[in-house]
Design a protein around this ligand. Structure first.
Ligand SMILES: Cc1ncc(C[n+]2csc(CCOP(=O)(O)OP(=O)(O)O)c2C)c(N)n1
Ligand SMILES: [Mg+2]
Length: 374
């Protein structure tokens, strides 16, 4: 039986998702777009420079953290190499009172929210169960359960409606997450109650070793209209297009227009995590094709065309990235391991006899090693 198509009012709100919105092409040329241009018309030369600096800083954080993992200082690291524009362009569009719910890969978003270097690394070094206080920075600690954070974001957004505030919840997740039930459930709730939430999907083409084409026979952005949620599909390696799309979505959410789904089409240039070896499942030619669309080199080319890439500016960015790398390394090495018995803390809010017994048994076990050492 044929089903009726989506109602026309929703349809009108949807830009054909076959199109990929692009404001900066891979050569760094500004591509005019009558619909999107005015959403970034206020971005000054200084702000463009600042976006460029952010992207270089987060790439440096990524490189340094990867090196720390290889040197045995971190247990694991999930690189974001290649996804800098998607994360910086969206995170820099947010207000301080918006709230982010992310996965493990959004370290550039965390940087923009003000998460400190040691807080960023503590979980990956295994010295803390959770890196930071979410309410200090307006960002929950990362969800490793794929897609779960979309439900948290939707719940938070419903809370914003109840409170009568115009803050927006933003859920960051990957292409793979869109196959999870949690994401579908979140979209149903968000559409039903017109929750002020932005679903920001970074389609980095891979869910570990599964290519996106396996789970999505048409664009991921096309899924959202089925839930009654307008969607946008943007070049995720174009920081301006990402910023414009995020601003559109935030504006809609703040003004009572409900949720928006953004698919930022990008590429994970590194491994899934430092435990992964992508050469075992993907063609090196694919990486080469995407390297030509690198988000940083295209913004660099644009700055150059605009006469904004002075030697002085480049030197200041270099100094900044060097400082951040030093700070990151020092913060990592300063993270002391917690006392072994602290694993029993915070399991229950009040004393629990079974746990207390386990704790004393474990303390006795640990004491045996001290006796041997004496
Ligand atoms: C519910 C759940 N199922 C499976 C996993 C194992 N897992 C970890 S990452 C990942 C792939 C996620 O891919 P995607 O959503 O595209 O995000 P990306 O890692 O590419 O940023 C999977 C299946 C998990 N963490 N949680
Ligand atoms: Mg992915």
């Amino acid at each position: 039986m044929l089903r009726p198509s989506a109602s026309s009012d929703i349809r009108n709100d949807i830009r054909s998702t076959e199109l990929l919105v692009q404001l900066l092409n891979p050569d760094g040329d500004r591509v005019p777009d009558p619909e999107f241009d005015h959403w970034v018309a206020d971005v000054t030369g200084e702000q463009l420079r600042s976006l460029y600096e952010d992207m270089l800083v987060v790439r440096r954080i990524d490189t340094e953290a990867t090196a720390l993992q290889r040197q045995g200082e971190l247990g694991l690291w999930p690189p974001l190499l290649g996804q800098e524009a998607a994360q910086i362009g969206s995170a820099r569009a947010l207000r301080a009172d918006d709230f982010v719910f992310s996965s493990y890969r959004e370290n550039a978003v965390a940087y923009c929210r003000g998460v400190q270097m040691g807080q960023l690394l503590a979980v990956w070094r295994g010295t803390a169960l959770s890196g930071w206080n979410p309410f200090d920075v307006g960002m929950a600690t990362p969800a490793v359960i794929i897609g779960a954070q979309t439900l948290h974001a939707t719940g938070y957004a419903l809370g914003c409606l109840q409170d009568g505030v115009d803050s927006v919840a933003v859920a960051y997740f990957g292409d793979g997450a869109t196959s999870e039930g949690d994401v579908s459930e979140a979209m149903v709730f968000a559409a039903s109650f017109q929750a002020p939430v932005v679903f920001f999907c970074q389609n980095n083409q891979w869910a570990i070793s599964e290519p996106v084409a396996l789970q999505a026979h048409r664009s991921i952005a096309d899924r959202a209209p089925g839930f009654g949620i307008p969607s946008l599909r943007v070049d995720g390696n174009d920081v301006l297009a990402v910023m414009a799309a995020t601003r559109i979505a935030l504006d809609r959410a703040r003004s009572g227009g409900g949720p928006t789904f953004i698919e930022a089409v990008t590429y994970r240039m590194g491994p899934h995590t430092t435990s992964d070896d992508p050469t075992r499942y993907r063609d090196p030619a694919e990486l080469e094709r995407w390297a030509a669309k690198d988000p940083i080199s295209r913004l660099r080319a644009y700055l150059e065309h605009e006469g904004l890439l002075t030697e002085e500016f480049e030197a200041s960015v270099k100094a900044k990235t060097d400082d951040v790398a030093r700070e990151l390394r020092a913060a990592c090495l300063a993270l002391d391991p917690p006392h072994a018995l602290s694993v029993f803390d915070n399991v229950y809010t009040s004393a629990h006899s079974v746990l207390e017994r386990q704790k004393s048994q474990y303390a006795a076990y640990l004491a045996m090693f001290e006796e041997v050492a004496e």
